[in-house]
Design a protein around this ligand. Sequence first.
Ligand code: NAD
Length: 487
Amino acid sequence: VGSGPAPPRLPGSLVRSGGFVGGRWVQAAAAFPVLDPASGAELGRVADCGVAEARAAVRAAWEAGPGWSAERSALLRKWYNLMMENKDDLAKIITAENGKPLKEAQGEILYSASFLEWFAEEARRIYGVIIPPSVKDRRLLVLKQPVGVAAVITPWNFPSAMITRKVGAALAAGCTVVVKPAEDTPLSALALGELANQAGIPAGVYNVVPCSQQQTPAVGEALCTDPLVAKISFTGSTATGKILLHHAAGTVKRVSMELGGHAPFIVFDSADVDRAVAGALASKYRNSGQTCVCTNRFLVQKRIHDAFVEKFARAIERELHVGNGFDEGTTQGPLINEKAVGKVERHISDAVSQGASIVTGGKRHSFGKNFFEPTLLSNVTTNMLCTQEETFGPLAPVIKFDTEAEAVAIANSANVGLAGYFYSQDPAQIWRVAEQLEVGIVGVNEGLVSSVECPFGGVKQSGLGREGSKYGIDEYLEIKYVCFGGL
Ligand code: NAD
């Protein structure tokens, strides 16, 4: 267990231990512990909601649907204002339950709140269409209407933003929601419930059913098969996404899936090496490598390779500081749990056993059992585990390549495609590669690309649908064609 400070005191006014169903805080038959990933200490216990609570939440959402309409832009705006007024406390809750450095948690709260602000405005722009008729006595209209109750299942790596990115769009569209947060990070979801309540969002519009890992499969199945649920929106691993798709098929629900990535980061010979190193650092090590758009494999062209590896290693050693997320100066908090640490270790030992070299890092960090040294590997090849699946940790493997075609082929060999990055100063190459990469999001000479105004989502097995931007609300709207005849 870590040698860092005792578990942080949580801001009591926003910490809730019950589920939030139909506007009331509810207890369940049992409770499950929420742990501080930095120390292993228990932060508190939260109601372990089961199938009964999930069904009750769905019913509450369904009953709240018809009354949820006119005021929604103003109420989303109030919810946004309350998030901003409480931003420091909300960030502390994230750092406590997720471990990320407080600065990153504060950044997540601003990002998270921005979805409520954005969709408060989008709620006012759900325009229909009038279609010119080909028959004289007809008038043809397209209406957009909310799909109905949305079940929202979210991961632990962005405990707040992955909720508002979905819920902001859903509520703006006129849907009501049931949120099942990740078992590691339910407190942020419940704090949002407290603020939704204070904002005056009506009972049943935003419901939260936290549950333990043991209850999760049953609760997930209940949400994805309930006939009152019209839409499933999920962010998490591709493996879980496939289970949920399977459940949702029985009642042909609408689905949005934000799944795993395996982002390539290509550095071409023409790149500005210092910019590439800065982008690499940001895109690889944010949230200790635990974001779905984090670079998972570096592809570096032959001539620039040695300079890039050398400068990247020095930058890692100089700029990254492992420690408790609450400590000033920490850039690398703990991984979420020991299983995550085990995966990083497995990827490194597999690579080293096949000839990769450790340039820096390579082992668990002395700060505590969930901490890992930021690691850089060179001499990496495409048959190693770390270049075949998402590591989701602070490991940067570097593959050396010769030609552009070879790099694009390696990048596109993955069966997922969320984000991809490349550095080049050749405009023709920039257009070519941006168009050829099989991903939903491309960073050109840029390592941090997410923003509320831009569409977020992947291709291939990285998912279905887009979040944020002017497109995000469409995931929660049905198109209805109305034909007026006999006019
Ligand atoms: P995960 O799939 O294990 O868990 C995500 C959520 O699904 C959690 O709430 C979990 O409790 C729930 N869940 C797990 N099994 C379930 C089941 N059988 N039925 C219902 N719910 C179930 O993923 P994770 O480890 O928490 O998150 C990491 C993954 O998420 C990575 O693959 C990452 O790339 C991906 N991710 C994707 C995006 C994106 O926008 N594409 C964003 C963040 C994370």
